[in-house]
Ligand binder design. Structure first.
Ligand SMILES: C[S@@+](CC[C@H](N)C(=O)[O-])C[C@H]1O[C@@H](n2cnc3c(N)ncnc32)[C@H](O)[C@@H]1O
Ligand code: SF4
Ligand code: SF4
Length: 503
């Protein structure tokens, strides 16, 4: 006689292996498989850890106006407070102003852990301004992590200086390892006092990037690689890029969508080069993820962004406002240390919970294995702190997760125009709502702290189940609860292979 099969109470997700004990809770961190010593260095970095980005803040200081190359997707713009994309800034700062601003922001936002220089041009094409800023900051704000983002052309000659300033993390934008492809992205580089064009220029850029990457990793500096996905130009090629940069020691790959709109005045924007769709980006990120850890939560911030990722508090810290502030940085540093300790303790508690079996030992004995359950894409509206705490109508982005029986995996964010821009006027509501529904393609459930009557009906019509029952709950707990309710209601029977994109 065959023995009965012993199952845990939780059925397994379709296609999901994972915890046979019935679920580890959600595992939102794409860095889970990195060595412990690297995880420890990035766990409070909002850009390097998806988990940390709900709790820690960052800022960029715009001290680097010039660039030593041209990318077909870049047009730097000043005095612009209403555009949120790389290269845009309201105020260009001197190093001294940048330090004053950093101290003021760090004193006001205790969650802040990281200061980056990411333009508006290339930080290493402005080495005096960049390194003067880092030098003063490492003396005056030793508790803030310093990062820099570069195209890599001048990187090899700057690596020693970066190491001297205790820069722990560097981002290199690498869009290709093949100069023929590079020649379609970079019209020129400025090299040895002259402008160079074509494949030869791209070859020099590629070589400098690769050399800089090797030099940094040899010194133990963590390197993230940014790549801009440009459909028809480097999209297929980025899989190769991912393999190459991983082999050379990069620890994280951030494949970002091209932003190309005619009104930005870039070559790609003006010539109609299309941006990738959310689905195309996700597919490419999946393909690259086989080789290395992927960043999926990059918000493609302005060069003067301030606050949590996804929010911009820059307007609160303009030069005239910070000049009027009295900053007691020593006291602020003590307060920030306490806040970080509390956040880290809470994150550690959650990690322990995830590691523990989700279901207690009361095993169920049955003759038949539990049915396989499909995965569900759910979107959440959040203002940060890892909570469902944003009104549907106020959300300017939704975070999308793929939820299975034993994990909730972060897939990315979908930007949108908020449905309701204020308390009373929802003026352009209808067309805005159509855009939101389009951005939520593939999503089955939407969780927000509140959802109005009209969007509720339209979401339902579009096949998305609105859910406002988990306001102020932790995102992972809420996703888990909704998934379990759907399972209990028999809504998650596995679809036949290939029947659903999300399964
Ligand atoms: C403004 S740049 C500044 C740092 C440096 N110059 C660089 O390119 O790495 C910061 C990041 O934004 C990216 N970026 C700039 N314009 C973009 C666009 N139109 N679409 C997507 N990414 C863009 C760059 O490729 C880079 O990874
Ligand atoms: S390297 Fe950076 S700043 Fe320079 S053109 Fe490209 S995106 Fe713009
Ligand atoms: S652009 Fe991406 S990596 Fe840079 S601060 Fe914003 S989220 Fe972080």
């Amino acid at each position: 006689m065959e023995l009965p099969v012993i199952h845990n109470a939780a059925p397994a997700a379709a296609g999901g292996g994972g915890c046979s004990s019935g679920g580890c809770g959600s595992a939102p961190d794409a860095l889970a498989h990195l060595p412990e010593h690297i995880r420890a260095r990035v766990q409070d970095h909002p850009c390097y850890s998806e988990e940390a980005h709900h709790h820690f803040a960052r800022m960029h200081v715009a001290v680097a106006p010039a660039c030593n190359i041209q990318c077909h997707y870049c047009n730097r713009k000043y005095d612009c407070s209403n555009e949120s994309r790389p290269g845009v800034v309201s105020e260009l700062l001197t190093p001294e102003q940048a330090v004053r601003k950093t101290l003021a922001v760090a004193a006001a936002i205790p969650q802040m852990s990281v200061l980056g220089i990411a333009g508006p041009g290339d930080p290493l094409a402005n080495p005096e301004r960049t390194f003067a800023t880092f030098r003063m900051l490492s003396e005056q704000a030793p508790d803030i992590k310093l990062c820099v983002s570069t195209n890599g052309l001048a990187l090899p000659e700057c690596v020693d200086e970066l190491a001297r300033h205790n820069i722990d993390h560097v981002t290199i934008t690498i869009n290709c390892v093949d100069p023929e492809i590079g020649a379609r992205i970079y019209p020129w580089i400025f090299w040895n006092h002259r402008r160079m064009r074509g494949v030869e220029a791209a070859r020099i850029l590629v070589e400098q990037q690769q050399k800089g990457l090797e030099m940094l990793t040899a010194r133990g500096i963590l390197v993230k690689v940014n790549s801009v996905m440009i459909p028809g130009i480097n999209d297929e090629h980025l899989k190769e890029v991912s393999k190459v940069v991983k082999a050379k020691g990069a620890f994280l790959h951030n494949v970002m969508p091209l932003i190309a709109e005619a009104e930005h005045g870039t070559y790609f924007g003006l010539t109609g080069q299309r941006e990738p769709t959310a689905a195309e980006l996700e597919t490419l990120q999946e393909a690259c993820a086989g080789d290395m850890a992927m960043m999926r939560h990059c918000r493609q911030c302005r060069a003067d962004a301030v606050g949590m990722l996804g929010e911009d508090r820059g307007a609160e810290f303009t030069l005239d406002k910070i000049d009027a502030l009295e900053v007691d940085y020593a006291s602020a540093m003590v307060e920030r240390a306490k806040v970080h300790e509390r956040i880290n303790a809470e994150l550690e508690r959650k990690r322990q919970l995830r590691a523990a079996p989700r279901f207690q030992p009361g095993l169920v004995i049955s003759e038949t294995p539990p049915p396989a359950l499909r995965k569900v894409r759910m979107a959440v509206a959040t203002k940060g702190s890892g909570l469902i705490n944003e009104h549907f109508g106020h959300a300017h982005e939704f975070l999308v997760y793929e939820v299975g029986a034993d994990s909730a995996r972060f897939l990315g964010h979908r930007k949108c125009t908020p449905y309701c821009m204020g308390d009373t006027s929802c003026g352009d509501g209808e067309s805005v709502l159509a855009g939101i529904l389009r951005s939520l393609e593939g999503v089955e459930v939407l969780l927000a702290s509140k959802i109005g009557f009209e969007p509720w009906g339209e979401l339902e019509k579009a096949g998305i189940q609105p859910n406002g029952e988990h306001a102020m709950e932790a995102i992972d707990d809420a996703l888990r609860a909704v998934y379990d309710e759907m399972a209990a209601a028999g809504k998650l029977a596995a679809a036949p292979a290939g029947a659903r994109a999300a399964a």
